[in-house]
Design a protein around this ligand. Structure first.
Ligand code: KPL
Length: 303
């Protein structure tokens, strides 16, 4: 059993890059898996403003070195295509870690890899990537983890503290679903509204947006409660307002996706709400409207 598990990190998005910086700093055995093996270094500005230069240990995703844990800090819609591509290298003892906005991938991954141990995680850790080779820690967030399927105790005991140390502070949940839903509710409000109105997160505190925020939260609270995760609309609204204040100067990831004509995670955020609402026979017209609006903005890029 490995005492120091070998970690694979997929992709060099803001969180993937930050994770490789953390692994390098903590002297962990890691590889950053990219579409092509490329030598590059990036500059990290940590939370104290200190600058670090690192040359990550990169492997080609088509020829990975051996690993025990595979962390997927990628967009929700990239999870399955990447895992499909890596399927020849994924063995049943490998632990898979999902780390993205939205919900719906756990079911997909479990169907394709029923024997693999699986962790689901969500983070509000602020990482900004102003250019391909620069990362800024924008503010300390927090990370929530939960085992969906546990490995044997010894592997679990060696992996848990390592994952906890990467994006602290970390909390492990017996049932991660509630934490995932709460983060989804935040993203379900902030992301589509900022993308549709082309605004920064902080502008959502304007009086004009409060009715929309309350309606979106009310629908999500209803779906969550009927799905077995009781929550009040007020709690969701307060969580959203806290994030709007804490990230006032940021553009949300969906705002940026639309601005740069990229695909968004809408199907895994408000789209997931619609899927669950249909299953539970709940009407969610506001979420439906948001999904339609974002789909329309996404197709505009193809016009
Ligand atoms: O997670 C985020 C995102 O932009 O995707 C929030 C919390 C809304 C911060 O911008």
């Amino acid at each position: 059993m490995p005492t120091k598990p070998k970690i694979g990190i997929v992709g060099k998005g803001a969180i993937g890059s930050l994770l490789s910086f953390k692994c390098a700093t903590l002297k962990l055995n890691y590889q950053l898996l990219l579409r092509t093996k490329q030598d590059f270094c990036f500059q990290v500005q940590d939370i104290t403003g200190q600058q670090h230069k690192i040359t990550p240990a990169v492997s080609d995703i088509h020829h990975p070195k051996s690993f025990d844990v595979l962390i997927l800090p990628v967009k929700a819609y990239q999870v399955m295509p990447i895992l499909l591509q890596m399927k020849p290298f994924i063995q049943s003892h490998h632990v898979l870690v999902l780390l993205h906005n939205g919900m719906g991938t756990i079911e997909q991954v479990r169907a394709m890899f029923p024997n693999n141990s699986l962790v689901a995680a969500t983070t509000s850790y602020g990482a900004f990537k102003p250019s391909d080779q620069r990362i800024t820690e924008t503010g300390l967030g927090e990370t929530h983890f939960g085992w969906i399927k546990k490995p044997n105790t010894s592997l679990q005991n060696s992996i848990t503290p390592i994952l906890s140390s990467l994006l602290p502070p970390s909390t492990w949940h017996k049932d991660i679903t509630l934490a995932l839903w709460k983060k989804l509710a935040i993203n379900g409000v902030v992301n589509p509204l900022t993308a549709i109105h082309n605004i920064k997160n902080g502008q959502l505190s304007d009086i004009g947006y409060q009715k929309d925020i309350a309606e979106i939260c009310a629908e999500i609270a209803q779906v969550m409660s009927k799905a077995g995760y009781p929550v009040t609309t007020l709690e969701l609204i307060n969580n959203v307002l806290n994030v709007i204040n804490a990230t006032a100067n940021n553009y949300s990831s969906m705002h940026q996706d639309i601005a740069f004509m990229r695909k968004t995670e809408i199907e895994y955020i408000n789209g997931y709400v619609l899927k669950m609402a249909t299953k539970l026979k709940i009407k969610t017209p506001t979420n439906h409207f948001l999904v339609e609006q974002i789909r329309r903005l996404e197709t505009k890029k193809d016009a």
